[in-house]
Design a protein around this ligand. Structure first.
Ligand code: AMP
Ligand code: MG
Length: 424
């Protein structure tokens, strides 16, 4: 509710005042009138500056990126800002979607093994980040998971359990090392910048990169991406929403929004403080509760909270749950004793990629990776567009017994019901 909205009465006052100042002639009266008019106009300007007349919308939801995206801007929720945010979300979807034929990712996939494709700054940035997470996880996170995602077709009408032979046929196509990025230096300024090959294990890499830069690079693109083997395909479903959330955070900072909640289908970012010195409460879903009841509530602020879990997209056959997070080594849904992994970190892109990665790695290896990253945090600072990135990584794992394992740094900020919680 906005108590400071102008009524038509106020506007009438402004009109009358204007008219008055231009029609009265006597100098004394005129200077008195001018002073008053100035005061009134000043008051109007101040009021419009601080309390815009536009009615504020507390929250807005739309289906984008295959999920319900809800943005809550509370008293800063102008139509203009919501429009800007949702149009940025659609722009990201149009670039990253594997179901939109004209998306950049679809074009890169279509040209696999044939030629390199010009890529925008967004796509290049996210693919490069995804390859970074692939490298540090030794392929547990793999952005070339596309052929396996297609084979299992989880969450579509074609979902089924593929045979071992079918999986074996597809597995060689899942290999992040066969993604080649050629970056234009100062892409926005010149097409002649020298090209840098970021990742490649192909003997033909330099030849391919030369072809790519000759044929496809142009001043409007940030570089090119090529999948070196025919049949390969990118799927950035495990990281793109994180990037999108970071992009919205950037827009919120630009617009000087005071507080907001970004929820991209469970990929949450709590922005600003709820009220003076009050933390936000973020629910962590109970993976065994279909109603979406939380198993825990995290009190936090100014951070992203991203969960990967068995309950998001799955089908059940013969009592076994087949979910959407695949192990690139086995070609099957990742099976450890974890039901969900939550990462708390200022960079939503990092939270998103790491929650998927650690879900695949399992608790022991996942813990080890998080410890290593926390120790050398600068290594992924570059993947956060958020200024002054300095957030300790924290995690919450839920295992098959519904026991919670949380980082020590979260102690005192998590509420749980009857479930056991171990801080380590
Ligand atoms: P998330 O829900 O963020 O954990 O991401 C899961 C989505 O990422 C899946 O729906 C796939 O699109 C993709 N994906 C599945 N397995 C992997 C994997 N091992 N590495 C990278 N992306 C994956
Ligand atoms: Mg993810």
């Amino acid at each position: 509710m906005n108590f400071f909205c102008f009524s038509p009465k106020n506007l009438q006052l402004k009109n009358r005042a204007n008219k008055f100042s231009f029609t009265r002639k006597t100098s004394n009266t005129c200077s008195f009138a001018r002073k008053n008019v100035r005061k009134i106009l000043l008051a109007i300007v101040c009021c419009t500056t601080f309390f815009s007349c536009t009615p504020k919308t507390q929250s807005k939801s739309e289906v984008v990126m295959g999920t319900i995206c809800t943005i809550k801007l509370f008293d800063d929720g102008t139509t203009k800002l919501y429009d800007k945010i949702f149009s940025r979300l659609r722009e990201i979807d149009n670039a990253f979607s594997t179901t939109i034929e004209t998306s950049e990712i679809s074009k890169i996939n279509e040209a696999a093994g044939i030629h390199a494709v010009a890529a925008s700054r967004d796509v290049l940035f996210v693919v490069e980040a995804a390859l970074y997470f692939a490298r540090i996880s030794r392929g547990a996170f793999d952005p070339t998971i596309g052929p396996l995602v297609k084979l299992w077709a989880i969450n579509t009408e074609g979902a089924y359990i593929p045979s071992d032979e079918e999986i074996a046929k597809v597995l060689p196509l899942v290999n992040w090392r066969n993604v080649q990025i050629v970056k234009n230096e100062n892409a926005n300024e010149t097409a002649q910048g020298s090209n840098i090959t970021i990742h490649s294990n192909s003997e033909n890499a330099s030849e391919n990169s030369q072809n790519a830069s000759d044929k496809n690079a142009n001043a409007k693109t940030a570089g090119t991406i090529m999948l070196l083997q025919k049949g390969m395909s990118l799927d950035l479903g495990g990281i793109a929403k994180g990037f999108a959330a970071d992009e919205i955070v950037r827009l919120l900072r630009e617009a000087k929004v005071r507080k907001a909640i970004i929820d991209l289908g469970g990929n949450v970012f709590v922005f600003g403080k709820k009220a003076s010195n009050e933390l936000w409460h973020v629910g962590i879903k109970n993976p065994n509760d279909a109603t979406g009841e939380p198993i825990a509530i995290l009190h936090t602020s100014e951070t992203s909270v991203v969960t990967s879990g068995v309950y998001e997209r799955f089908f059940i056959a013969d009592g076994i749950r087949y979910h959407h997070i695949l192990n690139p080594k086995t070609g099957k849904p990742a099976r450890t004793n974890l039901l969900s992994t939550t990462i708390v970190c200022k960079s939503s892109l990092a939270s998103d990629a790491l929650s998927t990665t650690i879900f695949v790695l399992g608790k022991t290896q996942g813990d080890a990776l998080l410890k290593k990253l926390s120790a050398e945090q600068n290594s992924f600072v570059q993947f956060s567009p958020i200024e002054n990135f300095a957030s300790p990584l924290a995690s919450i794992f839920i295992d098959e017994d519904e026991t919670l394992f949380a980082s020590r740094s979260l102690e005192g900020n998590i509420e749980v019901g009857l479930n056991e919680i171990i801080f380590e």
